[in-house]
Ligand binder design. Structure first.
Ligand SMILES: NC(=O)c1ccc[n+]([C@@H]2O[C@H](COP(=O)([O-])OP(=O)(O)OC[C@H]3O[C@@H](n4cnc5c(N)ncnc54)[C@H](OP(=O)(O)O)[C@@H]3O)[C@@H](O)[C@H]2O)c1
Length: 242
């Protein structure tokens, strides 16, 4: 049995990734922070579809909580290891920098970037020992081109893309691949409040993505077919570059 940990796997893009990977015979570890009801719904959905999943509640921005949860899982599953990690949990706290509170800058960097360290670091040794691993980071178009009102989020996602490229070079020889995906607008709770009708006019494909379209790309990067792709950041944005 192969294990996949999906941070923020309870809602939105992470949920779509969890559902797909569970169909591909992974035992899915669904991390979430606080919305237990959503997490249980995702867990039940996977089980109804014949898949295997376990909930793992921890705050990815908190290194101690994260390490405790991962160590507890490893203790309870001594012969297993997490072969696939999807760093997906994220938040946004948009504002023009001139009005942005320091806390909103820090919270976004902690949740979207420090989490990469908190979750990935303790999972590397087992992947190295097993000479196999896949790490996929969910970045954003914002981290490639920068978006106004998102200095915090753009900085975090840009950092995540750079970390993806650096780590890929560190662990390639251990048969571990590290890639990122960079979605544009995806229909999830995160984009609630945005003017979809107006924004989609700027997108060549004239619509927001479905979460499952991003999940399909993540599932491909996790597959054996993608074994020679590493250090890449793949855009999935309907053509929205400028
Ligand atoms: N939606 C878009 O248009 C879009 C575009 C580009 C990139 N992205 C990126 O895609 C990823 C997923 O976004 P989404 O749209 O699916 O978001 P979402 O619908 O708001 O779901 C966020 C998920 O992350 C979890 N989460 C948030 N903070 C957490 C923390 N500190 N610790 C653990 N879990 C935490 C949430 O758990 P709880 O329910 O417990 O809070 C939830 O499962 C994010 O990294 C986001 O930046 C999204």
């Amino acid at each position: 049995m192969k294990y996949a940990l999906i941070t923020g796997g309870s809602r939105g893009i992470g949920k779509a990734i969890a559902l797909r990977l569970a169909k591909q015979d992974y035992h899915v570890l669904i991390n979430y922070q606080s919305n237990q009801q959503a997490a249980e719904e995702t867990l039940n959905l996977i089980r109804e579809q014949g898949g295997q999943a376990t909930l793992m509640q921890f705050d990815v921005s908190d290194s101690e909580q994260t390490l405790t949860a991962i160590n507890k899982w490893q203790e309870e599953n001594k012969d297993a290891y997490i072969d696939l990690l999807v760093n997906n949990a994220g938040i946004r706290r948009d504002n023009l920098l001139v009005f942005m509170e320091q806390k909103d800058f820090q919270d976004v960097i902690r949740t979207n970037l420090f989490s990469f360290y908190n979750v990935t670091q303790p999972l590397l040794q087992p992947m190295i020992r097993h000479k196999h691993g896949r790490i996929i980071n969910v970045a954003s178009l914002s981290g490639i081109k920068g978006l106004p009102g998102q200095c915090n989020y753009s900085a975090a996602k840009g950092g995540l893309i750079a970390a993806t490229k650096a780590l890929a070079q560190e662990v390639g020889r251990k048969n571990i691949t590290v890639n990122a995906v960079a979605p544009g607008f995806v229909k999830t709770d995160m984009v609630e409040g945005l003017d979809e009708q107006e924004l989609k006019k700027q997108i060549p494909l004239q619509r927001f993505a479905q979460a499952d379209e991003v999940a399909a790309l993540v599932a491909f990067l996790a597959s054996d077919e993608a074994a020679y792709i590493t250090g890449e950041c793949i855009s999935i944005n309907g053509g929205l570059y400028t």
